[in-house]
Ligand binder design. Structure first.
Ligand code: ZN
Length: 47
């Protein structure tokens, strides 16, 4: 499943390819500013 995430720090959007269920523990490192954030709380759009 392809998700669209929004970095809470720099507000940039990026794609995230999930390989199953997204748990609370899943984190993504922002490709723009390097900030790590929780995937689940930053989903903008599911496709
Ligand atoms: Zn960022």
């Amino acid at each position: 499943m392809m998700l669209l995430l929004k970095c809470p720090k720099c507000k940039n959007r990026m794609k995230y390819n999930s390989t199953g269920l997204i748990s609370e523990k899943n984190k993504k490192r922002c490709v723009y500013c390097g900030h790590s954030y929780k995937v689940r709380e930053s989903i903008v759009q599911k496709s």
